[in-house]
Design a protein around this ligand. Structure first.
Ligand code: BGC
Length: 703
């Protein structure tokens, strides 16, 4: 054992002893007090024993603003923080190191704000592009999800702040999320929906997890014995605390006996909660044992000893230069160049006199909005401000709003007004006409993409297509920047426009990073973390009429064929494929080799290849390694992502890249035996720059 590990083990056993002693001291009433909310984000402590209350806080975008009872802003001046890029932006970086820095810096801010459990990261699989929380989540691929989740968790927890990975499990739509029951076959559950949760527990060592709102196989996730006791505690050996989603607890005895530790919610009176007086009564009536209560208290205290009561906690910090650099780096690496056919980008600034910046999204901020976690950002640089900062001294920048993105959703109106505003359009058109270049910002916003509801379709909101058509008609040098956290139908733009950039709800440094991509100070390197369907009906859940379910039941009929696994296997051409993203340079992949040709099931496959930057600009390319099983006995996706690496390469330089895939990662989940099985035989290793741009292939054999 290394000395560090020895110290940890010693600490863990000392902690266990302290916890056991406290459990002996606590009265039943005090124990119950530790197991339910006493405020929107808090629980009560036990003063006489020096046990503090818990403070949890959202969430993926940074440490949220403080709220008062009823969710209104607490109107404080001390609750601002750094706004971090949204989940799918982070995923588009394909850079686990940035996920670590995201977690680390957010953890530091949580500590400064005295919030000891961050309700993040969130990484439910993007099963349907319509899911309102796609922007909060990462991707459609379990491997990409896992690599990012593990590093986010490690980063947060490096600050002695618990990560709370969410939402466990199969919470893939917002429609009827509080009532719908998800039925998914065991193989898809294990291969697609659980891997990132498993990795964040077994590799990332996440200290807390949030049970999802929905039911899984007819049983609420917050009282799901299979998910919480069998899989999480039994198989993954989870030692931490299971927290309910807010208001997502539905029983006392079932939830208590089936694995929930802490009931959270935001509506007083808190003594009426399932885990308050009713739990006390149930223990007294012998329906919940003292052992079960003590286990829960142990989980709660264990988390406290790693967080609010930890030894030598790091100092908290808010919005340091390092944090600002992290959000800038994530934003810069997340932006995806979708099309650059006319080589308008990077902007030839020396020959440009006037730029027309058009669109509501050029001046809109994204840190707050909609229904869901927001951050009261210390600052947020809009796209227009970023461009003005970078170019304002040398270029005349004019701005026209073009459309209004103002939108107040309601239960009956999930889609915004679609009539173009003729005055705004006319102003935009006349400005575009007289400019050398028009940069048109469209897409969604934080009101339109939201927790609590899904989008009705993929169409661009706010009559944006009409504006794109009108502006493009008068200025061929139009650059379209789409801002969004989920796929949209940009098929017409792909056909008609030469230049398309995809950007996100990209944090405090949004405008600076975007401007630097446009002027070429940053070479774009983002890759799509999900497929953009050509039409909604092509995407698996919709093709099979398996969304949003009937009679409050949704059957994941596509099984393992989620995302690109579906499009590739069924030979359906997407609008933009998973892993897609261009650069101002081109890269040549060559010499793909495996160290040997035949592997046994306990070995690692080491793959080497060369990547040459054959363009003019230094840049980052992400090599994506997919594996395909030829002649499988069972249903298989055409290919599956098994490794990736992002590397910086200077022009003319060839980088040697080495990637490792454990043979055990080639396994499929066998429902009959409940085991992971590595099929012997031939496999293909595919290396590319997207899921559909495979440049080299080699075969190997597994014994
Ligand atoms: C969301 C969670 C969030 C919680 C507290 C719920 O509505 O589903 O993700 O952490 O609210 O804000």
């Amino acid at each position: 054992m290394t000395s560090q590990l020895q110290a940890q083990v010693k600490n863990e056993s000392a902690t266990d002893a302290k916890i056991a002693a406290l459990i002996k001291e606590l009265t039943l009433e005090e124990k119950i007090g530790l197991l339910h909310a006493n405020g929107i984000f808090s629980t009560a402590g036990v003063d006489r024993l020096g046990i503090p209350g818990l403070m949890t806080d959202d969430g993926p975008l940074g440490v949220r603003e403080d709220v008062k009872e009823g969710w209104g802003s607490a109107n404080l001046t001390t609750d601002s923080a750094t706004f971090f890029p949204n989940g799918s932006a982070l995923a588009a970086t394909w850079n686990p190191e940035l996920a670590y820095r995201y977690g680390h810096d957010m953890g530091e801010e949580a500590r400064a704000r005295k919030k000891y459990i961050m309700l993040a990261p969130a990484f439910n699989i993007a099963r349907t592009p319509l899911c309102g929380r796609t922007y909060e989540y990462y991707s459609e691929d379990p491997f990409l999800n896992s690599r990012l989740a593990v590093q986010s968790v490690k980063g947060i927890q490096s600050q002695h702040i618990a990560a709370c990975v969410k939402h466990f499990a199969v919470n893939n739509q917002e429609v009827e999320r509080n009532r719908v029951s998800v039925n998914v076959d065991e193989r898809a559950l294990r291969e697609i929906y659980l891997p990132a949760f498993k990795a964040s527990i077994t590799e990332g060592n996440a200290w807390t997890i949030m049970s999802a709102y929905n039911k899984f196989r007819d049983v609420y996730c917050s009282e799901n014995n299979y998910l919480l006791n069998k899989v999480l505690r039994g198989e993954w050996k989870f030692k931490g605390m299971v927290i309910s989603d807010w208001g997502g607890t539905h029983s006392t005895v079932n939830a208590a006996n089936n694995g929930l530790d802490l009931e959270m919610g935001s509506r007083p009176p808190y003594n009426t909660y399932y885990f308050a007086d009713k739990l006390l009564d149930s223990v007294k009536a012998g329906k919940v044992s003292m052992q079960v209560i003590d286990d829960k208290v142990r989980h709660v205290l264990w988390v406290m000893y790693h967080t609010s009561l930890s030894d030598n906690p790091p100092p908290g910090k808010i919005n340091t230069p390092e944090h600002r650099k992290t959000v800038y780096d994530i934003a810069a690496e997340s932006i995806v160049l979708l099309k650059n056919d006319a080589h308008l980008l990077p902007l030839k600034t020396s020959s440009i006199k006037t730029i027309a910046v058009i669109g509501d999204n050029a001046t809109r901020t994204f840190h707050l909005g909609g229904f869901g976690a927001g951050v009261k950002a210390k600052y947020e640089v809009t796209a227009l401000a970023g461009l003005q900062d970078r170019l304002g001294k040398t270029v005349i920048i004019k701005y026209a709003q073009g459309y209004s993105g103002a939108f107040r959703p309601s239960r009956t109106n999930a889609n915004p007004e679609t009539k173009p505003d003729s005055a705004m359009t006319a102003q935009a058109v006349s400005m575009a006409k007289s400019a050398d270049v028009a940069i048109l910002f469209i897409g969604g916003n934080r009101e339109y993409e939201s927790e609590g509801r899904d989008r009705k379709d993929l169409s661009l909101p706010f009559s944006e297509q009409a504006l794109v058509d009108a502006v493009t008609a008068v200025n061929q040098n139009t650059i379209i920047v789409v801002v969004g956290g989920a796929p949209y139908d940009i098929g017409k733009i792909k056909t008609n426009n030469s230049t398309i950039i995809w950007s996100w709800y990209n944090g405090s440094e949004n405008g600076n990073a975007l401007a630097d991509v446009l002027i070429g100070k940053i070479n774009p390197s983002g890759k799509l973390p999900f497929t953009f369907p050509a039409e909604l009906k092509d995407s698996p859940a919709h093709a099979l009429n398996a969304y949003p379910g009937e009679n409050l039941k949704v059957d994941y009929k596509e099984g393992i064929l989620v995302g690109y696994r579906w499009y590739d296997t069924k030979k359906i051409e997407p609008l933009y494929c998973f892993g897609y993203g261009l650069s101002y340079s081109d890269y040549k992949i060559s010499d793909l080799q495996t160290v040997k040709k035949t592997f046994s099931s306990n070995e690692n496959i080491t793959v080497t290849l060369n990547v040459k930057n054959i363009g003019k600009y230094p840049g980052k390319e992400t090599v994506q390694l997919y594996i395909s099983k030829t002649g499988s006995k069972v249903e298989r996706a055409e290919k599956e992502l098994k490794a990736f690496k992002k590397i910086m390469i200077s022009p003319g330089v060839t980088a040697k890249v080495s990637l490792t895939v454990p043979v055990k990662d080639l396994a499929y989940y066998d429902e009959r035996t409940g085991k992971w099985i590595v099929e012997p035989g031939e496999y293909k290793v595919l290396a590319g720059t997207s899921s559909r741009d495979i440049r080299e292939t080699v075969n190997l054999k597994v014994n």
